[in-house]
Design a protein around this ligand. Sequence first.
Ligand code: COA
Length: 325
Amino acid sequence: MANPPIAFLGTGAYVPSRILGNNEIAQRVETSDEWIVTRTGIRERRIAGPTETVSDMATAAARAALEDAQISADQIDLIILATLTPELTMPATACLVQKKLGVSERAACFDLNAACTGFLYALDTAWALLASGRYRHALVIGAEKLSSVLDWTDRSTCVLFGDAAGAAILGPARTNTQGILGTRLHTVPGAAELLYIPGPEVSPNPLDLRRLLRMKGREVFKFAVRAMEDVARELLEQHQIEAHQIDRVIPHQANLRIIDAIAHYLKLPLDRFYINLDRYGNTSAASIPLALHEARQQGKIRPGDLTLLVAFGAGLTYGGALVRW
Ligand code: COA
């Protein structure tokens, strides 16, 4: 008998309790709630507490996903954690999460960095490893403490990002509709300077402003619209699916104007897209699993639904996935 397809068995998310609204940022840098809302759609974001770590947030999201999937930690034999803000340079944050969750030594645990496309890169990797038959249940996490890499004096970047974690359990499908149908991942070469965080070669002091996130916003905006539309069309064509057959799109939550443009080009109504960037801003690798989990909780993704996940990020990376629930 053929192996069952690999499917999402559960999802979970965690956001820190501290809310940072636009007006509070406007007290620190020259900006306004009106500018941020009109240009981005973001109203507020969450900020991790000083002692709240990436592995704390990832573990909380993972616990929720395990409960949702009704799977125990000892059934997990693969943890892939996507982040651009790892807790330590080594070991991988996935190893810290393994310990906190009580996942056994049999599990392979590693981090992966594809910036804001990180969750889709981790999903694709986990899917391939599970489909190979070498692993049975994967915990795939996107977790970020972006507040620690932002220059809070740079109004063009500090208003955009927030902290959060999202997680998913992947494993053999339990119903005959469920399954990951396809994924596509890409990277534009030679575009690193558009969005980056320098390393210690720039300054040995991690608090030096030159060590923090830098971005050419306008160029990234244009790339984002082109890349997400391209990869969405590529997947649809490959699977002979018409855009209108998609029940829900889960886009990377970076800017409402970017999502609006994709909806326009794909000729889909905006209400087909799940949007929570107004409350969380851009949480990078956590953005898609956080949105997925909320959409499921709100009944906006139901069993049998077809979803398109689509993201872009530093690299420049981009990618998409088609998932049936
Ligand atoms: N408040 C007020 N003014 C601001 C501002 C802020 N927070 N940030 C930038 N500005 C100013 C700029 O200084 C510029 O002023 P100038 O015309 O006097 O030079 C003006 O607003 C327009 O800047 P521009 O960068 O052209 O704005 P924009 O409409 O492109 O919006 C972004 C800026 C960053 C919101 C937008 O480009 C964007 O979302 N890009 C994609 C970023 C992204 O998604 N990054 C994550 C990738 S995963």
